[in-house]
Design a protein around this ligand. Sequence first.
Ligand code: FAD
Length: 427
Amino acid sequence: MMKKTPIYHEQVQPLPDYPRLCGEQRFDVCVVGGGFTGLSAALELAKAGFRTALLEAAQLGSGASGRNGGQVLTGLAPAMVTVARQLGHAHAQMLWDLSVAAVATLRRGLAEADMADAFRPGFILAANRAAHRAELVEEYNYLTDRLGYGALELLLQPEQVAARLGTRRYVAGLVDHGSGHVNPLAYLNGLARAAEKAGVTIFEQSAACRFVHQPGGEKVNVYTDRGVVRADRLLLCGNAYQRHLATPMQAMIMPVGTYILATAPLPEALAAEILPSGVCVSDMNFVLDYFRMTPDRRMLFGGRVSYSGLPPVAVAHRLKRRMCAIFPALDGVPLTHCWGGKVAITRNRLPHIGRTPQGVYFAHGYSGHGLALSGFAGQVIAKAIAGDLTQFDCFARIDHRPFPGGGMMRAPLLALGALYYRLRDLL
Ligand SMILES: Cc1cc2nc3c(=O)[nH]c(=O)nc-3n(C[C@H](O)[C@H](O)[C@H](O)COP(=O)(O)OP(=O)(O)OC[C@H]3O[C@@H](n4cnc5c(N)ncnc54)[C@H](O)[C@@H]3O)c2cc1C
């Protein structure tokens, strides 16, 4: 029987259970959500001297942070040439620099938790067809010549890609030696331990069901079923998993399901044939395949999407078919786990980070590109709360629009729009 839980739970030391919030407690800041965003914000706030509470509806890491593909990527979800077209070169440069800082920050966090080795360097953006080649060249030129990034390598011949990836499926590739991969739950648990050590008070099984501002100010009471946190500031980090709290920001994101299949550990000889360079990979299709090998030689193969909240029919079988089309040698290897999770996408695929007129901070909508960015966004907001708005403003001034169709129609409309791009993937 294939397990439906992320393999990561079997690979890392579990965290202790944290208590449920009961009764009334007073803090400087209340952070809602125990993923990368919330934990890193809480950690930074506590380090800066704020008495900080973190409310998690279920367990820390039970959202996207504990179940993602583990790819630690520079940049943002769209290509940087697209970002520059939308926002202009100067703004794109700032966002790019912050994204590189996000990866460096994650690596520093791992090193501080004695887990520097957990980061495995290298990422390849793999071109599925000839038409993608020009996009790769344009992105390479922009990143190298205009943004001054020196960690890229362009592979324009299929044989060059095959030598790195062990498959002839791709026609070209862009290697980023500055990106890489990690066990995301190990990173999350490291953040949680650091946050606790820094003095954050963590509550699990404590969903915030509503918040009420105290008259005439930003002070806020945040209610759970058994208690209330009274705080000067509130930070919402529920992202695609946000529950109970209906806010205007929710209209800017759309939760979309994505799925991952894990094989049993591969025999050494087979693992050496597949992904010989040890990098992680995403392809360039609209509904993309993403994969990597874990240190215990399991292939983790991700992809497929769902706009309805329900997994696609026979998702494990469909992922297996795609995986074996790329690596035929994997046909017949035992499959042990298949799980899914929700990413929050925005219309422009850029993260939505800001502050409401009533002073509630929020960060969400990393659009499937949030492993490094979300932890960094948490720090950026913590700095903003402490008075340094430089990095925060760089994100907050990105213009975001709600998805059309309101609560009922936006998922079907998005699915319809996506169909067009999926058909294009097939051409
Ligand atoms: C299958 C999958 C694969 C992915 N692969 C990659 C990848 O390879 N690389 C990459 O860069 N990104 C990837 N992502 C995206 C990345 O995981 C996310 O961007 C990132 O984890 C978001 O972190 P977060 O803290 O904002 O949200 P989450 O980790 O989702 O945390 C939100 C938390 O808030 C809690 N919560 C919600 N509502 C409440 C409430 N009312 N009260 C209290 N708590 C609440 C939830 O229980 C949850 O624990 C992937 C995502 C998925 C699902």
